[in-house]
Design a protein around this ligand. Structure first.
Ligand code: NAI
Length: 338
């Protein structure tokens, strides 16, 4: 039997390396390093499935064009699905899958890594010592042991983060409308209301999804209720935080430190090499000037284990759809049938 042909869009070398390993001898893969949009859909020929990522734009026109060329499946290699018009997929009979969970530890560990870097100035020490500057001036940090951390969103990632924080002998407050009380009791996590999180936390880590009701959860009004000098960590979604208000808080000292793996206007910059170019985003440029702000480029998911999980789920689903078998549980967004 011939192997199903799959067109991958917006790939990076690390994606290709991982998919090559998992798909070898099973799928006929074709990598395109640019993001997919309607007027580029014509590059796909005799292809069963398209594998897309967060910056591909699978609107109705794009899906129609893919369908006209015989594409019967879109396999998203991410959890979020705002990049695809699901109604159009349903109308066209295109099966859509995603990878709902890959490695919660990857994201939780990155959040903690950012916090440790920030509070011990490891990034600054590294640069200093490479320049043979062995002075410790300005590098005084704080202990995490004994501090209170508020974890907002105690789902898969929040739980991992909370457990790691407990390992540092921190007091961990958790807030989640669907909190798992058994888990909290087993790990010594104090479940509480949002006001207690704002009032008592030395560090606040966001692990909740972006919904209309959670947009700008961290804004002037909530920042004012936080402890002076609080550290805010966001590895979830940029729009959970109103960046201008965050900057205002940093300037007054109300916010003592910030770790951001996501940023509300990240689509323009993150995942791309802009070195040598003008940074035409005054807010991001300003954020990068603060010594107590650490920014990474939405890389919290980027571990070998997570990439392997993403590739395995995606490849298994494409093979299942091509062979008329059941998709992996919890991965189907649109099941178009044979
Ligand atoms: P999850 O669905 O397992 O957990 C999310 C939790 O947030 C749920 O328990 C839910 O009840 C809770 N929640 C919803 N609304 C809330 C509110 N208003 N206040 C407090 N809690 C609330 O999701 P998971 O896998 O833990 O992911 C969390 C977030 O991490 C995702 O939504 C995504 O935005 C982000 N993420 C970031 C990645 C990165 O590379 N930076 C990679 C993967 C996910």
């Amino acid at each position: 039997m011939s192997q199903p042909r799959v067109a991958f869009f917006d790939t990076k070398p690390y994606d290709e390396e991982c998919f090559d390993r998992v798909a070898a001898g099973r799928l006929d893969v074709n990598y395109f390093r640019f993001a997919l949009k309607a007027d580029l859909a014509g590059v796909v020929k005799d292809t069963f499935a398209v594998c897309a990522f967060v910056h591909d734009r699978l609107d109705r026109a794009c899906l129609q064009s893919l369908h006209d060329q015989g594409v019967r499946m879109v396999a998203l290699r991410c959890a979020g699905f705002n990049a695809i018009d699901l109604e159009a997929s349903r109308d066209l009979g295109i099966t859509v899958t995603r990878v709902p969970a890959y490695s919660p530890s990857a994201v939780a560990e990155h959040a903690v890594a950012m916090l440790l870097t920030l509070v011990r100035s490891t990034h600054r020490a590294y640069n200093r010592i490479r320049d043979h500057n062995f002075s410790l001036a300005g590098l005084v940090g704080v202990d995490l042991a004994g501090k209170t951390v508020g974890v907002i969103g105690c789902g898969k990632i929040g739980q991992k983060a909370a457990q790691i924080f407990r390992g540092f002998e921190m007091r961990v407050l958790g807030h989640d409308p669907n909190a798992n009380t058994k888990w909290a009791a087993a790990h010594g996590i104090e479940l509480t209301d949002i006001e207690t999180i704002w009032r008592e936390s030395d560090i606040i880590s966001l692990h909740l999804p972006l919904f209309p009701e959670t947009e700008y959860l961290v804004r002037a009004e909530t920042i004012a209720r936080m402890k002076r000098g609080v550290i805010v960590i966001n590895t979830s979604r940029g729009k959970l935080v109103k960046t201008d208000d965050l900057i205002a808080g940093i300037r007054t000292g109300q916010i003592g430190g910030v770790c951001l793996d996501v940023y509300e206007e990240e689509d323009e910059y993150f995942y791309r090499d802009h070195s040598g170019l003008i940074l035409d985003d005054a807010t991001l440029a300003l954020l990068l000037t603060f010594p107590n702000v650490l920014v990474t480029s939405h890389q919290a998911f980027l571990t070998r284990e997570a990439l392997l999980q993403i590739a395995t789920t995606t490849v298994e689903n494409i093979l299942a759809a091509a062979e008329g078998r059941a998709l992996l549980p919890g991965t189907a967004l649109v099941e178009a049938g044979p």
